[in-house]
Design a protein around this ligand. Structure first.
Ligand code: UDP
Length: 240
């Protein structure tokens, strides 16, 4: 097995990625592809891998709040949506022969373990992919913040934030609007915050900055990108 660039990694998968071209729901082919990428790196590298999944393909709290719903209730619905994605990813990974555990920040004992940090660490040591569901368990947060939090908690060396929108990382401007937008290979946390670059929300970015957790933003759908990153290739944008 090859020694990876980072030995413990937190991978953030946006919920929208799970939807594929349909834009909502779960596209089995996309989940299989993502799972195959994970299996490939688990077989090729001596790496501990934890995953945080989003839920935007099913429900976003802000959408509900925008339509007049109570924000807290809408956010709990969003957290439950992430659990559906977590179970879909778990099922696919296990079918491909990769052992997994789902740990949820909201108790749902019939389908997932509760989040227990020390137990998560033990699973990682045993080579299991740990999928964290239900975000932070609190409304008014995002799964990006959950990813930053869990990454720091399980002592991951990096957070790999996969994008799904066909962009390769962080740009100087919106590449879909501005033809002069340039892909940035490296950018500081402070630049992300002060220039409002579209990486993650400020809570998640600040948590990474305060704990010196580097983030790599990369195109999740680019074939071989995850393996390439672990092999040390310069892919996407490094935020540090
Ligand atoms: N959410 C929450 N607290 C958390 C994480 C998520 O309330 O700690 C809710 C929030 O409503 C959010 C939804 O879950 O809109 C889905 O998560 P997110 O939007 O982060 O998913 P992604 O953008 O990654 O698909």
């Amino acid at each position: 097995m090859t020694t990876p660039r980072w030995s413990r990694v937190l991978l953030k998968l946006s919920g929208e990625a799970f939807a594929g071209n349909a834009g909502s729901g779960i596209d089995g082919e996309v989940v299989t592809r993502l799972a195959n990428d994970i299996v490939e790196v688990k077989r090729g590298f001596d790496v501990a891998l934890a995953v945080v999944v989003g839920g935007g393909n099913i429900w976003r709290g802000l959408t509900g709040a925008g339509a007049g719903m109570d924000r807290t209730q809408a956010d709990y619905m969003g957290m439950l949506a992430t659990a559906i994605n977590a179970l879909a990813l778990q099922e696919t990974l296990e079918r491909l022969g990769q052992e997994t555990r789902v740990q949820s920040a909201i108790h749902m004992q019939q389908v997932a373990e509760p989040y227990i940090r020390r137990r998560a660490m033990r699973h990682l040591e045993k080579g299991r992919v740990v999928i964290f569901a239900a975000g932070t368990g609190n409304p008014f947060f995002t799964t990006d913040t959950a990813a930053a939090l869990r990454a720091v908690e399980v002592e991951a060396e990096v957070m790999l934030k996969g994008t799904h929108s066909g962009t390769e990382g962080v740009y100087s401007a919106d590449p879909k609007v501005d033809p002069d937008a340039e892909l940035l290979t490296e950018v500081s946390y402070l630049d992300v915050l002060s220039q409002g670059l579209k990486v993650m929300d400020s809570t998640a970015t600040s948590l990474c900055m305060d704990n010196e957790l580097p983030i790599v933003v990369f195109d999740l759908m680019g074939p071989g990108n995850l393996a390439g990153l672990l092999a040390g290739e310069r892919i996407g944008t490094l935020v540090s």
